[in-house]
Design a protein around this ligand. Structure first.
Ligand SMILES: NC(=O)c1ccc[n+]([C@@H]2O[C@H](COP(=O)([O-])OP(=O)(O)OC[C@H]3O[C@@H](n4cnc5c(N)ncnc54)[C@H](OP(=O)(O)O)[C@@H]3O)[C@@H](O)[C@H]2O)c1
Length: 402
């Protein structure tokens, strides 16, 4: 099937990994083994190298650069590499007339690169956003379904193999940020800009906030959002409250989803598995078939020489609604103090939620604001957090009204 779709035979001629002795459930008879992966890029019978090692530096980067300079096509699942060096690698690939496929690097099995780069090529994209990390989505879904804490659900996810032993790349939002930087380059025709992305993970999301969120008609998702902002672009990863009526709010568990908004097409949403052997292989093989069939497109949709310089605006200029949860000592005057600060910072409050009363005890108070900007919200948070009656750091979650 693969040969037929590529229009030519695809032969695996050489392979490398760290441990030659490991049983991979595959018969590698007749395939050359290289202890040094770099040797593969030096063979003259290789047309395409699939780099599935990972990491933005070191062997993965060397291998990809060496292959591209030898005019060998590259297929990679390596989002970290593309987020950090995407523009330079695109220059090498396009300069040498050689393919660089990376479908597997963003949202695993969802063919979002092809969809954005080719299917939506006739659109001015105003926004692309998505659930770009299955581990975080699984944790948030399970917290909501069971009412358990982040730490508890993370440990279970590690036992089940849904989270790495070192989960920081996932739960702190870095992995999602790598993918968003790539999507933003395609969507807005700008050079890849990982360094200026705003990144917040999900460690501070609590079961209490998830419960309040549901009560208010929202679901909390770790979203990556890239959107036009004045002359530049906002690129940000953070927990967001999304109305239950917005389709992406219903994407649960390990699933990923990417929504794109274009001037001709309107709204699109793609959903599927973002990780795992099968979904990743699905994307890698699609790239290999494209190269076999001679189908190429500029790496980031716009020819690399025509990409505009990156211009990522600060999150301070993000405008929207905010959810704020305070733990306060229940006594007269607390809310008046909070609303005074808000009014001085020109933040207007849409709703206040306080469950029961318990004079003298600590109770949660939830406030939802009207549209305001991030800078005003940050200033308010600092001042509210310093109030004597506010006994925990205030929790703020941005509301996204898609
Ligand atoms: N896992 C997913 O679901 C998924 C999804 C999308 C994208 N990706 C991306 O795919 C890449 C790999 O991730 P992974 O989860 O598959 O990681 P992994 O399980 O650690 O696999 C890495 C592979 O690279 C090999 N390797 C490591 N160092 C090497 C070296 N110096 N020379 C040759 N081979 C070397 C390893 O060999 P041994 O087997 O001998 O250790 C292993 O087979 C990353 O860029 C990741 O972001 C992964």
């Amino acid at each position: 099937m693969i040969a037929s779709r590529a229009g030519r035979a695809i032969d695996v001629v050489a392979v490398s990994a760290r441990d030659r002795g490991r049983d991979r459930g595959l018969d590698l008879t007749g395939i050359d083994w290289h202890d040094d992966a770099m040797e593969i890029a030096g063979r003259d019978d290789v047309d395409v190298v699939a780099e599935l090692i990972g990491g933005s530096e070191g062997i993965a980067k060397n291998l990809v650069e060496t292959a591209l300079s030898a005019k060998i096509g590259v297929v990679t699942a390596n989002k970290a590499l593309l987020a950090h060096h995407g523009t330079a690698l695109a220059r090498m690939a396009e300069g040498g007339g050689v393919a660089l496929g990376y479908e597997a690097a963003v949202a695993g099995g969802i063919p979002i690169i092809k969809s954005m780069r080719e299917g939506l090529a006739g659109n001015n994209v105003s926004r692309v956003y998505g659930i770009l990390n299955g581990t975080c989505n699984y944790i948030l879904t399970t917290m909501r379904e069971t009412g358990r804490s982040f730490d508890d659900v993370l440990s279970e996810a590690q036992e089940l193999g849904y989270a790495e032993a070192d989960p920081s790349f996932d739960v702190d939002g870095v992995d999602a940020a790598h993918k968003l930087a790539i999507l933003a380059a395609i969507a807005f025709g700008r050079e890849v800009d990982f360094d200026n992305l705003h990144i917040e993970g999900i460690r501070h999301v609590t079961a209490l906030d998830i419960a309040f969120s549901e009560e208010l008609g929202f679901r909390i998702k770790l979203l990556g959002i890239a959107e036009q902002a004045g002359e530049g672009v906002h690129q940000r990863i953070h927990p967001a409250m999304v109305s239950l009526s917005v389709p992406i709010s219903q994407v649960e568990g390990v699933f990923n989803a990417v929504a794109a908004e274009g001037d001709s097409v309107g709204n699109t949403l793609s959903v599927g598995r973002g990780a795992g052997a099968g979904p990743t292989a699905s994307a890698v093989i699609a790239d290999i078939i494209d190269i076999g069939a001679g189908r190429t497109a500029p790496v980031f949709a716009t020819p690399v020489g025509d990409l505009k310089p990156a211009r990522t605006e600060s999150i301070s200029s993000r405008a929207g609604r905010y959810y704020l949860r305070l733990m306060v000592i229940d006594k007269p005057g607390v809310l008046a103090g909070v609303t005074k600060i808000f009014s001085e910072e020109s933040v207007s409050v849409e709703a206040i939620l306080q469950r029961g009363r318990d004079p003298g005890e600590v109770v949660p108070v939830v406030l939802v604001t009207h549209d305001t900007d991030d800078a005003a919200m940050q200033r308010s948070l600092k001042r509210i957090g310093a109030m004597e009656q506010v006994v925990e750091e205030p929790r703020m979650i941005r509301i996204e009204d898609f």
